[in-house]
Design a binder for this molecule. Structure first.
Ligand code: GLC
Length: 712
């Protein structure tokens, strides 16, 4: 008995002497320099360990025991690939299951989990959805974008992932491309400035690994598609498409994703000069590269991948391969290629050194399981407020005739359009699913809800998706229209880039009522609106604002005067595509265009609240005029009297449905005995014939009982 007691005493003394967290091996000792830890670990790894680290599998194509058996080093979620319980806890539970599989390997090398958190952690239900990059480019606010990166890092860690495949630092040069909205814009300097998002994602606590993508030239393909060919000189490739990667590397971006596209006919996934010599050599990128989804399959232009393609990609400088499903075959080919001397061990070791360095730097060895302490940040009020700030700052005011905007919070306002009350449309692609979807898909505030919240009880808001029910009693109409969600190739537009017939019919219905119309464009790119915009009173490019649509109302009602500037040149015609700043083509609106409010006060409500429509049918020296006067106020006007001023040569000769007299250049119209007054919302319509001395200008303004009216 005494012996047992002595042994127990000895064990307790020994355990006390060695802190619980003492590292058994050097690579497990966080006090050592990362490079030493990597070298120590690398020396202990078998070939299978090393090949597994270069393998990334999609979550639905791999199990924890596969990870253990095949030493898989990374798992990803493709767009919309989520656990059954799509909540931060559900994601963290899934992550931990996979991670325990990795920790069950002999060397216990943790796996790293990648996800497309491209506008917030958009796969996670309830996450804050920030404006897509094209809107962030419109803000011209790198600090804001850095803060968004920080908030996104919290929501990624809070949902149990380590790595986001963002930002896309692509420079979108052809608006037909379905990924235009993933770009900060057509200008390489703008995309470079916005690489602050990398700092936001990676620098701070918590931090997530960021990815600059897609290297290189994906936004410049000649046909505006992902797998297209970027046919430019090396000088243009370096001038237009390389700068944002240089900027991201200078900010320490930890990974770079290789583009599906090709450069002058050679696929980037097999391009040793661009990936190894330029990216890793000249630019000094020390992180690791990752292929795009099944990107190595495309190198030889045939379906599937071969051992030769595996060797080509790895020898070109790809460190990790996003299979994402056929990872068993990949491991077979990779091992065969190494054993056949097609891939030198030095390349395998370099890839492993790069990958392991990031895993050490991001603390995965010390805290391999999900850090659930940030779960409460997912969709938090603070993050949503930040997103709303980003929405405000991303709005670009393209047109504002008569300073119709900002709207006063009075009178009757009509809202219409397929994207007015649709958080799915306003969020765009990469929202809960890969392609996104219309409808009430995620928690958030629609643009209509934002308008209602902004107005409160001060005025009335009527909504009809198609505009039905509008009449001339409304002082303004807001049509929220544009594109429905898409991602990648599904968004490539080879034909028309106009609004669809539904949107055009909605806008026409509003205009036919004679109501001043504001068009809000919810789209991932400039649209072909030149032939219609002349009939619209105001136009706001809203881009894809995400979950916080109230930021649009902030601008519409003047709580925030618009500051957004176009990140893309806005075409005059689809035939101009691609159209970019400085290419000599005449745009509808140039790169950098963006109006603000001449005053921060809302449009002054006309006393008496009225609106006049005035149209004429002209011929040589005569014309017929049709006039409608609407009482948009809340009190009857009795008797009503409308006045305007002609030029010297214009004369009224015969009138109907009102008593019209002219004294010099001043014309007065009053009600007949049968229509002497105008009730709130009522409209008097009358007409007259007139003569002129060769010109027949429209009167500058109209009054109702002495108060200036709005004009449609
Ligand atoms: C997609 C995209 C890429 C994304 C990856 C993983 O095809 O090209 O941007 O990160 O696959 O979802």
């Amino acid at each position: 008995m005494k012996r047992v007691l002595a042994l127990l005493l000895l064990a307790s003394v020994l355990s006390a002497a060695r802190p619980a967290d003492a590292a058994a091996l050097p690579y497990q000792d966080p006090s050592l320099p990362t490079a030493d830890r990597v070298s120590d670990l690398l020396a202990r790894m078998t070939l299978d360990d090393k090949l597994g680290q270069m393998t990334q599998a999609e979550r639905a194509a791999v199990t924890a025991s596969d990870i253990t058996q095949y030493r898989i080093g990374s798992v990803l979620s493709g767009g919309g690939s989520a656990p059954a319980q799509n909540s931060p806890a559900g994601w963290a539970d899934m992550y931990d299951t996979f991670q325990r599989g990795a920790l069950a390997t002999p060397l216990q090398i943790p796996m790293i989990y990648g996800i497309d958190a491209v506008h917030g952690n958009n796969n996670v239900l309830g996450a804050t959805l920030f404006p897509h990059n094209i809107g962030l480019g419109a803000t011209r606010d790198p600090d804001l974008v850095q803060r968004i990166g920080r908030a996104t890092a919290e929501e990624v860690i809070g949902s149990g992932q380590d790595w986001t495949f963002a930002p896309c630092v692509c420079v979108a040069r052809n608006d037909r491309w379905g990924r235009t909205y993933e770009s900060f814009g057509e200008n390489p300097s703008l995309a470079s400035e916005m690489s602050t998002v990398v700092t936001g994602l990676q620098n701070g606590t918590p931090k997530v690994l960021a990815t600059a993508k897609h290297y290189v030239g994906d936004g410049g393909t000649t046909n505006g598609t992902d797998q297209g060919d970027t046919q430019v000189t090396e000088a243009e490739l370096r001038a237009v498409h390389l700068p944002p990667f240089r900027a991201a590397i200078q900010r320490g971006v930890g990974s770079v994703m290789i583009s599906f596209s090709s450069w002058n006919g050679q696929k980037l996934h097999g391009h040793r000069y661009l990936v190894t010599d330029l990216l890793k050599g000249e630019l000094g990128f020390t992180g690791f590269t990752v292929s795009d989804w099944a990107g190595i399959d495309q190198i030889d232009g045939q379906r599937g991948f071969t051992q030769a393609e595996v060797a080509t990609a790895v020898n070109a400088g790809l460190d990790m391969i996003m299979l994402p499903t056929n990872w068993r075959l990949f491991l077979t080919y990779l091992k065969a290629a190494v054993n056949a001397g097609q891939i030198p061990m030095s390349r395998i070791d370099d890839a492993n050194r790069r990958i392991l360095t990031k895993k050490f730097e991001y603390g995965l060895f010390e805290q391999p399981l999900a850090d659930r302490s940030y779960a409460s940040t997912v969709g938090s009020a603070a993050h949503r407020a930040l997103a709303r700030e980003a929405v405000r700052k991303s709005q670009v005011l393209l047109k504002n005739s008569g300073n119709l905007l900002p709207l006063a919070r009075t009178g009757k306002i009509f809202v219409a359009g397929k994207s007015a009350d649709d958080v799915g449309n306003q969020s765009g692609g990469w929202t809960l699913s890969w392609q996104g979807a219309s409808g009430n898909t995620v928690p958030g505030t629609t643009i209509l809800q934002g308008i209602r919240n902004a107005i409160g009880s001060q005025a009335t808001v009527t909504y009809a998706r198609d505009g039905s029910g509008i009449d001339s009693s409304y002082r303004a109409a807001i049509a929220v229209v544009g594109e429905t969600p898409y991602a990648e190739g599904a968004g490539d537009r080879t034909g028309s880039m106009s609004l669809d017939s539904t949107d055009l019919a909605t806008i026409d219905r509003l205009r036919a009522a004679g109501v001043p119309t504001i068009v809000v464009l919810v789209s991932g790119r400039p649209l072909d609106i030149a032939s219609q915009v002349g009939n619209w009173n105001a136009v706001l490019a809203s881009w894809l604002p995400g979950s916080e649509g109230a930021g649009v109302a902030d601008v519409l009602f003047g709580d925030y005067a618009p500051t957004g500037k176009l990140p893309m040149t806005w075409m005059q015609s689809v035939s101009q595509q691609p159209i970019n700043d400085g290419d000599g083509k005449a745009p509808l609106y140039p790169y950098g265009h963006g109006l603000t409010y001449t005053t921060t006060d809302p449009e002054p409500e006309p006393q008496g609240s009225c609106r006049v429509t005035y149209t004429t049918n002209d011929w040589n020296n005569g014309f017929t005029a049709s006039v409608s006067v609407t009482n948009t106020g809340t009190a009857p006007v009795n008797p009503w009297s409308t006045q305007w001023t002609f030029t010297a040569g214009q004369r009224v000769t015969q009138a109907w449905s009102a008593r019209v007299t002219q004294n010099g250049t001043v014309v007065t119209a009053t009600g007949e005995t049968w229509n002497p007054s105008l009730a709130p919302g009522a409209t008097a319509t009358f007409g007259f014939n007139g003569s002129h001395a060769g010109s027949n200008p429209r009167p500058a303004s109209f009054t109702l009982n002495g108060s200036t009216c709005a004009t449609a």
